[in-house]
Structure formats: structure tokens, C-alpha cells
Design a protein around this ligand. Structure first.
Ligand code: 5CU
Length: 375
């Protein structure tokens, strides 16, 4: 992969051991559980997996739910081996979903503080090769969330925050979230926006169980991101906070493809026109995509990547792998992962292998945007 480029992976997750222990102590999703019919413990995260969990608890012959929790999810040595196997020079780690969203208010501040320290300590073991996006205890009182932002600014290897779409419980267009976005923007820490909740299960229909995880992951995740950012846009969050920078997972979900339709629906909406929300000087979704949004390059095809480049610019895209999700199923997991080469190939096909744009997307954009050479 990209032999002459220092490759940076900005979309790569881990669950530190303390977080796995927390998941193993739980009885509702998200959880970790062993089943007699599966050799590895299973990581069960998504609400689309809840039914399979119930089936497996009731019937030891049933298909095991979730995904195997291998060392790729938890081991730092394994992360470095994976990076070396794919010639990734630098990784920006993040806690995988669902972060601290399921913790109660009394717990999440302390767990967040300890998880963020764990990530900083892991990065310190490989200086210059590892950085991280911190996680915020959004279910805690607002003062605790502000304290957490302050903690992250003091951690040497922190380069942003990873955030889901639930916010304080009402989504990212919630006015009560503005002070948090303001603090994060002032820090300055970019927000890496990542999906978890997808769409309601009934969207997938009564035959969903036959289709594995395809529908919630391929379609639910990107739609969730698209909806969350569109709500932020419609609520004026980007205009209120011009310093806020968002890195959107999976190349913005479907935002680059749907931005034109969103714009048209705004222009033709009687309510918005009557309320004078469509006047001259309005910043369009296209403007926000070019000024306040960065996109990862985790979209697995040249066609999707071109849309992302056209929408935000090749100088705003950053390569990612989504490791440890999407491991190879029929070949050795210590070898090359097709989910990684698909994203690297898409970059080469979209902008030309070895081109200046390819080098930027594969690494130098991330170094510049996230300050990976500073401090
Ligand atoms: O396979 C999956 O469920 C996932 C997930 O939960 N989170 C993620 O980032 N990628 C894939």
C-alpha cells in the first residue's frame, strides 16, 4: 500500500481492557458474553443484534450473536502489528462505539477520565506513531463534561474528540449542547463524528435476520451520520460556531451525495422561506462541507470517494481503516485486510496512485489538520 507515502490512519478503534471488563459485567447491549457455541467471547453492540442475543441465550445451538472479540479489539501490540502489516506509519486511535453513551450520570465522568488516560498512556508507549481522539462523558452533568474537555487539552497525544449522534439525549441540534461544542471548538479539538444507533430495526423488515449485519452497517450507519449533520446544519450550529470542525466518519455518510437534495428541499420549503431562513448570504450545505467539515476516506469505492472529494476537497480527506471492524473471514488476520486495501485502492483510483492528492489523502492532510508533528 502506498509505498512512498507516510500513511496515517485516522479511523481506527480500540477497547482498552478496563472498558471490556465493563462490557463483560453487563446484561443488556452493549455487552461482552461467552457462548458455548463460539470459541471467542462475543462483542454485542448494535440494537439490530439484540434479537440474536435473546435467541442465543435461549438456545445453545443458535447462531452466536455479534462479532468475535479478538485481540485486534483490545491489544496495543496487535494494533502495532496491524499497522506494520499495512505500512501505516501513524494511527489516531479512538474508543469504538458506543463510547460512554450507556453509562449513568454518576459513572460516566470517572470512566471517561480513566479511558482517556488509558489512551494517552498507550500513545506514550509508541511516541510519534500513536495519537488519539478522546471521549466525552455526555451522560454526566455539564460541569463534568466541561472538566473532561479540559482534561483532554492537557493530554499530550489527544487530537480531538470522538462523538456519537445522541448528544445529551436529544441529538446534535440540541441547544443545550452548544456550550460543549463551543468548548471543544475553543480547545481547539476537532469532533470525529461516528455513528452507532443506525435506523430503527423495523426499517430492515421481517427478513432482516437473513441478511447478517449488512443493512444496519452499510445503510443505517451512514444515514445516521447524514441525518445528525443535517440537523446540526438546519439548527444553525455551524453558523453559530464558525470555529467548530467536524470530521465525518465514512466520508460523511451520504452527505456529499445528498447535499444538493438537502439544498433544494431548503429552497422549496414554505415554512423556512416564510421564517426568512433562506435569505441572501445564507451559508449552504456546500459551504459548510468546504469550510467546517473534514471527511475520512472510509467509503470503499472510487465513486464514493470522488463524491467526497468533489464536496469537500482533496485537501480535507483523510485515510482510515475502521480496524478492528471488518476483519478478513477466510484468510489469516495477521496478513493484509481487504477492508483496508479497498479504501487505499479507492484513493489510488480516484486521484491517481502516487499523485500529490493521493499522498495528501493517505497521510499529509492528517498531519497538517491534526497537528501530528507538534508537541
Ligand atoms: O461491525 C460493526 O458493528 C461496526 C461497529 O460497531 N463500529 C464500527 O466502527 N464499525 C463497524
Amino acid at each position: 500500500m502506498a509505498a512512498n507515502t507516510a500513511v496515517v490512519d485516522i479511523h481506527t478503534h480500540m477497547y482498552p481492557p478496563s472498558y471490556v471488563a465493563l462490557l463483560a459485567s453487563r446484561t443488556a447491549i452493549p455487552l461482552v458474553r461467552s457462548f458455548p457455541q463460539a470459541p471467542d467471547p462475543r462483542l454485542i453492540l448494535l440494537r439490530a443484534e439484540a434479537e440474536a442475543l435473546d435467541d442465543a441465550l435461549g438456545d445453545p445451538a443458535a447462531k452466536p450473536p455479534g462479532r468475535p472479540l479478538t485481540s485486534h479489539y483490545t491489544s496495543l501490540d496487535q494494533k502495532i502489528r496491524f499497522m506494520d502489516a499495512h505500512r501505516i506509519r501513524v494511527s489516531v486511535l479512538s474508543l469504538a462505539n458506543p463510547w460512554l453513551d450507556f453509562l449513568d450520570a454518576a459513572q460516566s465522568g470517572a470512566v471517561g477520565e480513566s479511558v482517556n488516560r488509558d489512551f494517552d498512556d498507550m500513545c506514550a508507549r509508541h511516541p510519534g506513531r500513536l495519537f488519539f481522539f478522546g471521549t466525552l462523558p455526555l451522560t454526566a452533568p455539564l460541569d463534568t463534561v466541561h472538566e473532561s474537555v479540559k482534561q483532554l487539552t492537557r493530554l499530550k497525544y489527544c487530537r480531538g474528540v470522538i462523538l456519537g449522534t445522541s448528544g445529551l439525549g436529544k441529538g446534535l441540534d440540541d441547544p443545550d449542547l452548544l456550550p460543549i461544542f463551543e468548548a471543544v471548538a475553543a480547545a481547539p479539538l476537532p469532533v470525529f463524528l461516528h455513528p452507532h444507533y443506525g435506523l430503527p430495526n423495523d426499517v430492515w423488515g421481517p427478513r432482516a435476520g437473513e441478511y447478517g449485519h449488512v443493512l444496519p452497517l452499510a445503510l443505517g450507519f451512514p444515514m445516521e451520520t447524514t441525518i445528525a449533520v443535517t440537523r446540526m446544519y438546519l439548527a444553525g450550529v455551524f453558523d453559530k460556531l464558525r470555529d467548530l470542525r467536524m470530521i465525518l466518519a465514512h466520508s460523511g455518510g451520504t452527505l456529499p451525495f445528498l447535499a444538493g437534495r438537502i439544498e433544494s428541499c431548503i429552497l422549496h420549503d414554505g415554512q423556512l422561506v416564510r421564517e426568512a431562513k433562506v435569505g441572501r448570504g445564507r451559508r449552504t450545505v456546500w459551504d459548510v462541507l468546504k469550510e467546517q467539515v473534514y471527511l475520512d476516506a472510509v467509503v470503499y469505492s472510487e465513486v464514493g470517494l470522488r463524491a467526497a472529494i468533489d464536496a469537500s476537497g482533496a485537501d480535507r480527506l483523510m485515510f482510515g481503516t475502521d480496524h478492528p471492524f471488518f476483519p478478513p473471514l477466510t484468510t489469516d488476520q495477521q496478513g493484509g485486510w481487504e477492508s483496508v486495501s479497498m479504501n487505499a485502492d479507492a484513493v489510488a483510483e480516484a486521484v491517481g496512485e502516487g499523485s500529490a492528492e493521493a499522498k495528501a489523502i493517505m497521510g499529509s492532510n492528517a498531519v497538517r489538520i491534526l497537528g501530528l508533528q507538534d508537541r
